[in-house]
Design a protein around this ligand. Structure first.
Ligand code: HEM
Length: 421
C-alpha cells in the first residue's frame, strides 16, 4: 500500500491481526466446498430452483462472500471509516463462530432439504448478524458523518441487514410455512443482497481504496455524495413496485438501478485508465475482470425480464457472483492480507520485509488466472454445452479456492518467520 496515502488512514486503530484473518482463512474453505459440490453434481447449473442450486449459491454468497465482507469490515470500519468496533477480538470470535456454523447449517438445510436444520441456521445466522450489526452500529454512531465512506458504510450495512432479514424470513417460510409471499420476498432478497449490501459496500470502500491502491484521481464529488443515497432510495421504490406487483413500473425502476450500478462501474473503469501506475498490477486486472463481469451480468438481468429461458438468471448469477464480486474480493484480499502482515510486524517493532517478499507476485498471478479460467468454464457449463463442462468447472473452482487459501497461508508463514527472526 502506498504509504503517503496511508497517512490519511487511522492505522493505530487497526484491530489484532487475528480478527479479520480468521474470516479470510475460513472463506476459501466454503469456496472449495462449492467446487466439490459442482464437481459431484454438475447439473446444478441447469436451473436456479433446485435445492442443490440454492445450496451452491449460498456456499458462495454466505460461505465465501459474506465471510470475506465481515472480516474486511473488522478492518475497514476502524481504519478507513474511523469507527473502531468495541471489544473487537471478542466480537470477531463470536461472530465468526456463529456465522461459520450458520453458513454450514444454511447450506445443509437448503440442499438436503432439511427444514429443522434450516431453523437452526436461522438462529445461528440471526444471532451472529445481531452481534455484528449492534457492534458496527455502536462504532459508526460514534463518528461524525462528514465523509463519504463512513456515511455510505451506514447505507451499505442497512442494505446488507435488510437482505439478511429477508433471507432469514425466506428460510422460515420454507422451513415452517410462515404465511408470507415467497416470490416477491425472494426477488427483494436477491436485489438487496446484490446491490443494497455487496454493491454499496463495494462503493463505500472504493471511494477511498481505488484512488489509494491504484493511484488514480479521486472519484467525482457528485458521485461520492449522492450515489449511495440515490441507490438506497431507488431500491426502496423498487421494493414497493415488487410488493404491489406494479410490473411495468418495476422494469423502469430496474433500468434506473442498472444505470446507477453502471455509473459506479463506468467511473471506476475510467479512473483506472488514468492510474499513475506505469504497469497495472495484477490486482487491478482482477478489478477490471470483476467490473466487466458485473456489466455483463446486469445485461443478463435485463434480458431475463423479457425471456422465460432458465439460462439468463443462472448466467447473471455466475457473472455477478463469481465473475463480479469474487474477482473484486480477490483483488482486495491480495492487497489487504500482506499489508496487514506488514503493518502488524511494523507495529510490533520488527523490521518488516518488503510486501513483495511477504506475498510474491507469481503465485497471485497464477491463482487469478485459474480464477478467470474457472469463470470461463462456468459460463460454458451454464450454456449447457456438455455435462462434462459442469464437472470441469467444479474441479477448477475447487483448485482456485484451495490455491487462494494456500497463497494466504504462505503470507502468514512469511509473517511468522519475520516475527521470530
Ligand atoms: C445470511 C443470510 C441468508 C439467508 C438466511 C438466505 C436465505 C435464502 C433462502 C431461504 C433462499 C431461497 C428461497 C427459495 O427457495 O425460494 C435464498 C435465495 C437466494 N439468496 Fe439468500 N440468504 C442469505 C444471504 C444471501 C446473500 C448474502 C446473498 C448474496 C449476496 C444471497 C443470494 C441469494 C440468491 C441469489 C438467491 C436466489 C437463488 C436462486 O435464484 O437460485 N443470499 N436465500
Amino acid at each position: 500500500m502506498n504509504m503517503a496515502a496511508g497517512n490519511a488512514l487511522g492505522y493505530e486503530a487497526a484491530p489484532a491481526f487475528s480478527a479479520p484473518l480468521r474470516f479470510f482463512l475460513t472463506a476459501p474453505l466454503f469456496g472449495v466446498l462449492a467446487g466439490v459440490l459442482l464437481l459431484v453434481m454438475p447439473e446444478l447449473l441447469e436451473s436456479r430452483w433446485t435445492p442443490g442450486a440454492l445450496a451452491l449459491t449460498h456456499l458462495v454468497t454466505v460461505g465465501f462472500m459474506l465471510t470475506v465482507m465481515l472480516g474486511a469490515m473488522f478492518q475497514i470500519l476502524p481504519v478507513v471509516a474511523g469507527a473502531p468496533i468495541p471489544a473487537t477480538t471478542v466480537v470477531a470470535t463470536i461472530v465468526h463462530l456463529l456465522m461459520s456454523a450458520g453458513a454450514v447449517a444454511l447450506v445443509w438445510g437448503l440442499g438436503a432439504p432439511a427444514p429443522d436444520v434450516l431453523v437452526i441456521a436461522v438462529w445461528l445466522l440471526g444471532a451472529g448478524c445481531a452481534v455484528f450489526f449492534v457492534a458496527a452500529a455502536i462504532a459508526l454512531l460514534r463518528v461524525p458523518i462528514t465523509q463519504a465512506t463512513p456515511r455510505d458504510m451506514r447505507f451499505a450495512l442497512i442494505g446488507l441487514g435488510i437482505a439478511i432479514l429477508l433471507g432469514l424470513t425466506l428460510a422460515m417460510i420454507i422451513a415452517r410455512g410462515l404465511a408470507l409471499p415467497l416470490v416477491p420476498l425472494l426477488k427483494l432478497h436477491v436485489g438487496w443482497a446484490w446491490l443494497g449490501g455487496v454493491g454499496m459496500l463495494l462503493g463505500a470502500t472504493a471511494w477511498i481504496v481505488v484512488p489509494m491502491f491504484q493511484i488514480t484521481p479521486p472519484y467525482p464529488a457528485a458521485l461520492t455524495r449522492y450515489w449511495a443515497f440515490a441507490t438506497f432510495t431507488t431500491l426502496l421504490i423498487w421494493s414497493a413496485t415488487v410488493m404491489y406487483e406494479l410490473t411495468s413500473i418495476e422494469f423502469v425502476i430496474v433500468i434506473a438501478l442498472v444505470a446507477l450500478a453502471g455509473a459506479f462501474i463506468g467511473n471506476t473503469l475510467a479512473l483506472q485508465r488514468r492510474s499513475r501506475k506505469s504497469i497495472p498490477d495484477i490486482t487491478q486486472r482482477a478489478f477490471q475482470l470483476g467490473l466487466g463481469s458485473l456489466i455483463a451480468g446486469l445485461i443478463c438481468i435485463l434480458v431475463s425480464y423479457h425471456s422465460d429461458s432458465p439460462l439468463w438468471p443462472v448466467l447473471s448469477g455466475v457473472l455477478i457472483l463469481h465473475g463480479g464480486f469474487i474477482s473484486v474480493m480477490l483483488g482486495m484480499l491480495y492487497k489487504i492480507v500482506p499489508f496487514l502482515a506488514w503493518l502488524h510486524l511494523t507495529q510490533a517493532g520488527v523490521r518488516a520485509p518488503n510486501m513483495k517478499k511477504l506475498q510474491p507476485d507469481a503465485p497471485v498471478r497464477k491463482q487469478l488466472i485459474a480464477h478467470a479460467i474457472t469463470l470461463a468454464a462456468l459460463i460454458v457449463a451454464t450454456l449447457g454445452v456438455s455435462a462434462w463442462a459442469g464437472r470441469i468447472a467444479g474441479m477448477l473452482m475447487t483448485i482456485e479456492f484451495a490455491w487462494l487459501l494456500n497463497n494466504m497461508i504462505n503470507v502468514i508463514r512469511a509473517y511468522r518467520r519475520a516475527g521470530s527472526a
